[in-house]
Design a protein around this ligand. Structure first.
Ligand code: ADP
Length: 412
């Protein structure tokens, strides 16, 4: 078994320092120049360069070189077959060539790209954290003497430290890019929702207006019943459109909210009065406990109405006929809590955080009993956050749920 050459203390110290720096940066644009300058210094070479493997083209691409004219080399490729560094990569082996003119695999055009007359060259593979080769680190022209085993060992250690750092930086770059694309898609989706909801609202208002007129003039009970059904469907559609429209408050990051001092108790009472009919239609026992005093909060009235209305509508929607809904408003120190409890279907524990995500619904879409877009709770969560509040849920599947919306009180 061949014995590894021992490395000098100074070399080891530099490698440790290099490892520290490589671990502390995730920017490729900083990593690459550092690796090549360290590589060249550590092995006493005139220049160093990095070639990374591009899976799409199956070529090695020069991504950095310590030579002055590296711009000319940037993104130049060498094939995997028929090139010295291609062999290093393909066979995952190191190579030292003292005189490249004697190597069949040396590609003289690289000299042209680098603006360097290469004499001696040393190449080592770079690996990612799972020891898969990702590219090659190359040093050219030993300044004094020839490249030795110790140089090879030194460059190999640096290449592996660098390989892990480069692979990680590339992954982070890819993630950033994917994240950017997702944000763009999310933005487009929000724009689509905003435009669609506005466009749908106007014709719906016209339809509802005409149906009301027709209802008033309906001559017989059958026509009246049919028009009632049309009206009910239109009201359902209006609720969905309103859910979509509410998103714009959130997407404008609160810039559309008008913050004023409002009495939370009175606001909650108004929403309950508005929805009482819905609860009664399902024969739900709606119990309300509000404090006798005012609870002043700094908030946007219509957005607080949306918060309470969404929670109450969900309670009504997800509670079977004959169930019970409790609405309680209470003060907890500097906070006001609006608790809406129902005896409905409940939410499985593992889904309780996801229900606050946009479009998430516990029921599978194709077998749904309940109507809605899955937007209500995400709007509630975001609207509360913009106004310094919070929402949480306690729920047991099959037994019911309690949603608590916290809004900071105005203490003067
Ligand atoms: P939507 O009600 O339009 O589907 P939401 O964002 O308001 O959208 O709610 C998301 C999901 O959370 C609902 O589809 C439902 O699965 C679940 N959920 C919300 N409120 C309740 C509740 N009170 N009881 C049971 N499940 C609920």
């Amino acid at each position: 078994m061949s014995k590894s050459p021992s490395l000098g203390v100074e070399t080891l110290r530099r490698l440790v320092e290099a490892s520290r720096i490589l671990n502390s940066t995730t920017e490729l644009s900083e990593l690459l120049p550092f690796i090549i300058s360290e590589g060249a210094v550590l092995v006493g070479a005139q220049a160093a360069s990095i070639l990374l493997f591009e899976p799409e083209t199956r070529k090695l691409t020069f991504v950095a070189s310590s030579n002055q004219v590296h711009r000319g080399m940037a993104n130049k490729t060498v094939p995997l077959n028929d090139s010295l560094m291609g062999s290093v990569f393909r066979w995952d082996k190191t190579v030292i060539v003292d005189d490249v003119r004697k190597s069949r695999e040396w590609r003289p055009e690289v000299d042209g790209m680098a603006g360097l007359a290469t004499r001696s060259v040393m190449g080592v593979p770079m690996h990612d954290v799972s020891a898969r080769p990702i590219g090659v680190l190359q040093a050219a022209n030993k300044k004094q003497g020839t490249f030795c085993e110790a140089d090879l060992e030194t460059l190999s250690i640096l290449a592996d430290l660098a390989g892990v750092a480069v692979a990680r930086a590339r992954l982070i770059e890819t993630l950033r890019e994917v994240n950017r694309q997702l944000s763009e898609l999310d933005h487009l989706k929000s724009e689509f929702i905003a435009v669609a909801s506005h466009e749908l609202r106007t014709p719906l208002t016209i339809i509802m207006g005409y149906v009301q007129v027709l209802r008033e003039n309906a001559g017989d009970a059958e026509t009246l019943e049919q028009l009632d059904n049309v009206l009910k469907a239109a009201v359902r559609l209006r609720t969905i459109i309103q859910d979509m429209l509410n998103l714009q408050y959130v997407d404008a990051e609160g810039s559309k909210l008008t913050l004023t001092t409002i009495d939370l108790v009175q606001t909650v009472r108004a929403v309950i009065d508005d929805r009482r009919g819905l609860a009664e239609a399902k024969e739900l026992d709606l119990q309300v406990r509000l404090p006798d005093v005012r609870l002043r909060v700094l908030g946007d009235r219509s957005s607080i109405e949306v918060i309470v209305a969404n929670l109450l509508s969900n309670g009504i929607k997800f509670t079977p006929q004959g169930g019970r809904i409790d609405v309680v408003v209470e003060q907890h120190g500097k906070e006001a809590w609006v608790r809406i409890r129902d005896t409905g279907v409940g939410i499985p524990t593992e889904k309780q955080q996801r229900i606050f995500d946009r479009f998430y619904q516990v029921e599978p879409h194709l077998r749904r009993h309940y109507q809605g877009l899955g937007l209500g709770l995400s709007v509630v969560k975001d609207l509360l956050a913009i106004q310094g509040g919070r929402i949480w849920v306690h729920s047991e599947e099959g037994r019911g749920s309690e949603f608590v919306a916290m809004i900071p009180l105005m203490i003067i």
